[in-house]
Design a protein around this ligand. Structure first.
Ligand code: GTP
Ligand code: MG
Length: 316
């Protein structure tokens, strides 16, 4: 955590002007913390500044950086105070420990029509409610990679929840992306929007569909996972920096290697599985019923909740 007043940007460090700062940023040294742990020789090589000057910049960055030690009970208090977005189903909220967590990534995976997108719509409306009333009091950024965003559904769900449908729609920013590069850029460029518009929920529906169709075959898998890794890392950073919730959806593929139980696994492999703080497996039951299983959570026991997809949105 950068503590020292006055040193906030790279340009505030001695010997670093705008040009040098740009070069550093382009090479990934985009924060005071990163400079603090960098080698002066490498910085000198990257920017053309002298090693001596680089050393001064690193020292100043080190001084400006302090670590904050907290007791476990302080961490506990902070976690309890974290906001949550209600899903509009008591059973599902309870299973999640109060709803969708801020500062974290929640992944919903399941087959088509299992309700992943519908749950996303409900969260779009609920995120806007005030803190303490099932929301985070903020706006929503919806990255639609499949062309399945439906404003009329938002309108319906908002009306049913007592919100002003017009306002609810105004507070959702939708980006339709058709390539994985667009999807990556939509997140890379989100900082400004998130900060200025007080975005408290970022949705990617779905995370993998574009990656999956563009990177075909085993040869492309390495590159795909690498891009995906940095994409998810950026998402996590957004969640941490702005105390917002991230909701991503993911389809499943049939996995013939599993002989017993449900032979489906979410797309994206370990990278996605490890990045998501909480994972929900959704599957269709009778009619409008859906079974949501909590697969992976840092602090809640595994469990199942039954929800309904109604015209008004998600319900018990
Ligand atoms: P894919 O994106 O195809 O992987 O599926 P998904 O998991 O996102 O499914 P989605 O959330 O789109 O759920 C589709 C289901 O929601 C459909 O089977 C419908 O039964 C239900 N649904 C969609 N719109 C409405 C609606 O307006 N009213 C009601 N009651 N149900 C709806
Ligand atoms: Mg969908």
């Amino acid at each position: 955590m950068v503590k020292e007043k006055g040193i906030k940007e790279l340009e505030d460090l001695p010997g670093i002007g705008p040009t040098t700062a740009d070069k550093l940023k382009q090479s990934g040294y985009d924060s005071i913390e990163k400079i603090a742990t960098a080698s002066p020789h490498e910085l000198a090589e990257l920017t053309g500044m002298s090693v001596d000057n680089a050393k001064k910049a690193v020292d100043a960055a080190k001084q400006a950086t302090t670590l904050e030690y907290s007791t476990a009970s302080q961490v506990y208090e902070k976690r309890r105070a974290l906001g949550r977005i209600s899903t509009s189903s008591n059973a599902l909220d309870e299973m999640l420990g109060g709803g969708l967590e801020a500062n974290a990534i929640t992944e919903a995976y399941g087959k088509f029509a299992s309700g992943k997108t519908q749950l996303g719509f409900q969260l779009c409306v609920n995120a806007q409610k005030p803190v303490g009333s099932g929301g985070l009091g903020g706006k929503v950024l919806f990255i639609d990679t499949e062309g399945t965003f439906r404003p009329d559904r938002i309108e319906q769900i908002a009306k049913a929840s007592g919100a002003d449908p017009k306002e609810a729609l105004e507070n959702i920013m939708v980006v339709r992306t058709t390539t994985s590069d667009q999807q990556i850029l939509a997140i890379e460029r989100a900082d400004k929007l998130v900060k200025e518009s007080n975005v408290k929920l970022v949705i990617i529906d779905s995370l993998m569909s574009l990656f999956r169709s563009e990177f075909l075959g085993r040869g492309a898998l390495g590159e795909r996972q690498q891009k995906l890794n940095s994409h998810i890392h950026k998402l996590q950073k957004l969640a941490d920096t702005y105390d917002l919730a991230v909701y991503i959806t993911n389809q499943v593929m049939d996995n013939p290697a599993i002989l017993f139980g449900d032979p489906t696994t979410p797309v994206g492999g370990n990278i996605v599985a490890h990045a998501a703080t909480t994972r929900l497996y959704m599957r269709k039951s009778k009619e409008d019923k859906r079974i949501v299983r909590l697969v992976d959570s840092p602090n809640m026991p595994e469990g199942e909740a039954v929800v309904k997809i109604t015209p008004d949105g998600i319900r018990d």
